[in-house]
Design a protein around this ligand. Structure first.
Ligand SMILES: *Cc1c(COP(=O)(O)O)cnc(C)c1O
Length: 414
């Protein structure tokens, strides 16, 4: 009796002790993340607790739609019409006409047959591999793909015994071809080959070379999935995404996944878009939607309006592009090196995690909100400040960023 209660006390002590130790080490290494609290809407300037108004250069509000009056009003109208939520998963009684409208809008936006919404793109990525892939298939993933793709594949492999997987070097079509060649020689491969890539890589701001990836996929008969969460609303003349950037029709991508939590209103939610039958299969067997609540109506309505605004006002994408060029010029003027690309993600590599965090803190004192990313979000030694640009930024915001970076350079890199 005493022994067993001692043993029980020991297991909880063990947990408390190790948690305390992990946090102490993070604190000691300057790697402990502190949450910053915003006391108003997401916009070019945000009201940050303890700092007041600061220019925001770290949100994914790429098109400035998060606080757009029409987007907000659509959400309010949705709340009034449909109430707070569905109180049900989709297949029981959680499908409202606002979900149908949103899913039609997403399919039209891409020019594909169909789409299906989720409460996040994380959920969409948990659903797509576990539902569409079967034992004997193989999924091959870019090494820098988003964590939700990595975990989505891990989940699928653990559910579908005999589902093969592989990883190829970031953006490297040769490495992909070698992986597919190797898989083709594997007798366990009896089904479908799948290749998955981010459209825009979130930590590098680099762009997947879709024409090369497509050509390799065609050579091996592989299906291509693109998660374009950072490319949607950003890439291509009308913001359709990374395929438009490469002048590729959407039909060259077999399945899209994406988020409604970035350029498309910034609320929450994600989606899969592609063939009607695959969407029907997701309705039947996608565990995140069979067992978890539908997207709230207010978000379905506000996201739908955000997409309509993007379709109606492609000039927002042009403004974002001009802002990106101005911000990149400002970073270079301050004497920092920025990883080059046409995306709205501008990483300034500073190597050391503690330094990135200290620089980010100093920028806040200077009235500019930029987050430092270190290990384990990026590999050890690759810590960076990630500057993100929005169409909501005006020249004074960009000037504030440039001037703060000039000061920072003087203080940190003498
Ligand atoms: C942000 C992001 C996600 C997660 O989107 P949520 O809708 O917030 O879950 C998924 N994939 C990629 C590539 C992302 O950049």
């Amino acid at each position: 009796m005493t022994t067993s209660s001692n043993a029980i006390a020991k297991t909880t002590e063990n947990f408390q002790g190790r948690t305390h130790e992990i946090l102490r080490q993070l604190q000691q290494n300057g790697q402990l993340k502190l949450l910053q609290t915003i006391e108003g809407p997401m916009d070019a300037t945000v009201k940050l607790r303890g700092y007041g108004d600061v220019a925001c250069f770290c949100s994914n509000n790429y098109l400035g739609l998060a606080n757009h009056p029409e987007v907000v009003q659509a959400g309010v109208d949705g709340l009034r019409k449909y109430g707070a939520g569905t109180a049900s998963v989709r297949f029981i009684c959680g499908t409202f006409d606002c979900h149908e409208t949103l899913e039609k809008t997403i399919a039209r936006f891409y020019g594909v047959e169909s789409s299906y919404s989720f409460t996040s793109c994380w959920n969409a990525n948990e659903a797509i591999f576990a539902t569409l892939c079967e034992p004997g298939d193989a999924v091959v993933s870019d090494e820098l793909n988003h964590a939700s793709i990595i975990d989505g594949i891990r989940l699928a492999v653990s559910i579908k015994k005999g589902l093969l997987r592989g990883v190829y070097k970031n953006g490297d079509a040769k490495s992909l071809a070698a992986k597919l060649e190797e898989l083709r020689a594997n007798p366990e491969l009896t089904g479908t080959l799948w290749v998955v890539t981010d459209g825009v890589f979130s930590m590098e701001g680099s762009v997947a070379n879709l024409p090369e990836l497509r050509a390799v996929c065609d050579r091996y008969g592989a299906m291509l999935i693109m998660d374009d969460s950072h490319g949607t609303g950003v890439m291509g003349a009308t913001g359709r995404g990374t395929h438009e950037h490469w002048n590729m029709p959407a039909t060259k991508i077999d399945y899209f996944t994406g988020t409604l939590g970035k350029a498309l209103g910034g609320g929450a939610g994600g989606y899969i878009a592609g063939s009607r039958e695959a969407m029907t299969l997701l309705v039947q067997r996608g565990r995140p939607t069979l067992f978890s609540n539908a997207l709230p109506a207010t978000i379905a309505c506000s996201a739908n309006r955000a997409i309509e605004i993007l379709e109606r006002e492609p000039q927002r994408v042009a403004k974002l592009r001009a802002n990106v060029a101005a911000v990149r010029a400002g970073i270079r003027k301050a004497g920092f090196t920025v990883l080059e690309s046409e995306t709205a993600i501008c990483p300034i590599i500073v190597h050391d995690t503690a330094k990135a965090i200290a620089m980010s803190r100093r920028l806040l004192e200077l009235g500019v909100f930029v987050i430092g990313f270190g290990f384990p979000v990026v590999p050890e030694g690759h810590a960076r400040l990630r500057v993100q640009v929005s169409a909501a930024h005006e020249q004074p915001h960009i000037d504030a960023l440039t001037n703060a970076l000039i000061k920072l350079k003087g203080e940190f890199d003498k």
